[in-house]
Design a protein around this ligand. Sequence first.
Ligand SMILES: [Zn+2]
Length: 348
Amino acid sequence: MPPARCFGAALALALLAGCKDSTAPPEEETTFAAPIVGTPMTDVFYGAHLDHDPGTGARDWACGIKAYDGHNGVDILLRNFRVQDEGVQVIAAADGTVIRTVNGFPDRNTTWDLGGGLANHVEISHPGGLVSYYGHMRLGSIEVAEGQSVRRGDVLGLVGSSGTSNWPHLHFEVRRDGAPVDPFAGECSSAESLWTNQLPYQNAFMVMDAGITDQPGTLAALLERPPTLGAIPLDAPSFRFWIQLANQQTATMRYEVRTPGGALHETVQQQVGATFSIRYLVLNVPVAGELTQAGTWEIRTYQNGQLIRTQPFTLIPAAEVSGAAVRAPSSLEVQVIDQAPPGAHEHP
Ligand SMILES: [Zn+2]
């Protein structure tokens, strides 16, 4: 290497012009630690990564599906807004200088078409020329100011859902000379990781949560994590059973509604495609005129024939004062609610 030769010359001549640059210590390339507080797959869930597919498809750093078209960073999701309300800290992933903060955008968004991009966010410039972005933060939570020096691990603010976001999550992005780069090294990314300790690929299937609600089966209602109903009157029109899943692959789902005696009352099947992130599956269950027996029933959820959740629910006699029951739809209905529709762009 040239520096060795110059070093020898420098010893002899004390200083040799032209060797100064090559003998100076190279500027250390920044590497990043996790930009969020929490244990992966327990508290925080890695969803879509940077899209490495130059076309209209999507491909993550490990050549998997955990990306969507045009995505420039990695989304790290919370379970729901209840967790967001507890306050999950966004932290500086490396030492640097805060070069921009944006605050004041509304929070708790559950749709993608609001514009606003990263909305409430922090940008940090790091030695070596990399800039990191921390997007969709909680309204009013940003604790750092432009020009401020930060150390790795310093709290920047809290996870939110501001801007083009339909889920409480942190969008972490790294840019070099204005161009997004993927900090993850892998077969479909660069060979060298920008993480100090790169996290293994987070693609394990997981049942995260489930419940019974009389709320609508919408993303906005489910992300509030409605408390599970204790008892449902027999004249209720219907209720919703929901189940929250991480990293689900293409599957055949089957739901069984079983009577208090364990007999099969009704069953419905559903085909689902793979998701790059977290999703809800929702089963609408008609009650009035359909389920006529008081007691504790069950909904059994099977994925490719394997039981993944048994959810009890209790029906009680209709109150004397209630009027004529509304005739409910005569069959179970199922729907899928994903973190984002395919092809959605986070930064239009
Ligand atoms: Zn994102």
